[in-house]
Design a protein around this ligand. Structure first.
Ligand code: GAR
Length: 190
C-alpha cells in the first residue's frame, strides 16, 4: 500500500473535462495523487486555460517532430519526478520508445467499452452497429493501441433516440466520474 501522494502528469489536447475531474480529485485530502504537470500538444485550448488558471505547471509541446516532442516531454517528466501519466483526451499516440522509457504506469480513458471500438469515432460506430450499450474504459497504456489491462469500465444504455452527440455527452459524464476512481484503484493496488 502506497502512502505518499504520487506525482502525476495529465496529457491533454483540448476541452479538458477529464483533467478538471482529476484536478478536483487531487485536491481531495484522501486522494493518492499530486497533480504536478499538464502537457498539451495544443495551446489556447480550454484544458490549458483551466490548468493555468489553477496554477498547475503547464507545458505546450510542439509536435512537428514527434521524436523531439517526446524527448522534451521525458525531460519534463524527469524534472517533476512524475510517477504516473494520465492521458485525458490526448490525441497523439505515444511511441513504443516513449512507453519503454517511462518506467511507471500510463493510464488512458477511452470512450467505448473496450475491447470494442478502439481508435476514433467510437460513438458513431456503436450507434451504427445498433449496440444496446456503450460506455467508457480506463486502461493501462501499452505499445498496442487501446489494448492494455482494463482498470475500470462503466456502461450506459443507448436509446433509439440517441445520436453520436447525445451519446458522447452521456458518456463524458461517466468518464469524469470513472477516471478518479480508476486512478484510486490502480494506486491502491501498487
Ligand atoms: C474524452 O471523451 C476521451 O474519452 C476521449 O477524448 C475526450 C476528451 O475529453 N479520448 C479519446 O478518444 C482517446 N482515444 P476532455 O478533453 O473533455 O477530457
Amino acid at each position: 500500500m502506497v502512502k505518499e501522494k504520487i506525482p502525476c502528469a495529465v496529457f491533454i489536447s483540448g476541452r479538458g473535462t477529464n483533467l478538471k475531474a482529476i484536478y478536483n480529485y487531487s485536491k481531495n485530502n484522501l486522494s493518492k495523487i499530486d497533480l504536478k504537470l499538464v502537457i498539451s500538444n495544443k495551446s489556447n485550448v480550454p484544458g490549458v486555460k483551466f490548468a493555468r488558471k489553477n496554477k498547475i505547471n503547464t507545458k505546450i509541446i510542439n509536435y512537428k517532430n514527434k521524436i523531439k516532442a517526446e524527448n522534451k516531454i521525458l525531460e519534463y517528466l524527469k524534472k517533476y519526478n512524475i510517477r504516473l501519466i494520465c492521458l485525458a483526451g490526448f490525441m497523439k499516440i505515444l511511441s513504443k520508445t516513449f512507453i519503454k522509457k517511462f518506467k511507471y504506469n500510463i493510464l488512458n480513458i477511452h470512450p467505448s467499452l473496450l475491447p470494442k471500438y478502439k481508435g476514433l469515432n467510437t460513438h458513431e460506430r456503436a450507434i451504427q452497429n445498433k449496440d444496446q450499450f456503450s460506455g467508457c474504459t480506463v486502461h493501462i497504456v501499452t505499445e498496442k493501441l487501446d489494448s492494455g489491462k482494463i482498470i475500470l469500465q462503466k456502461r450506459v444504455k443507448i436509446f433509439k433516440r440517441d445520436n453520436a452527440e447525445s451519446l458522447s455527452r452521456k458518456i463524458l459524464i461517466l468518464e469524469n466520474k470513472l477516471y478518479p476512481k480508476a486512478i484510486n484503484k490502480l494506486i491502491s493496488s501498487l
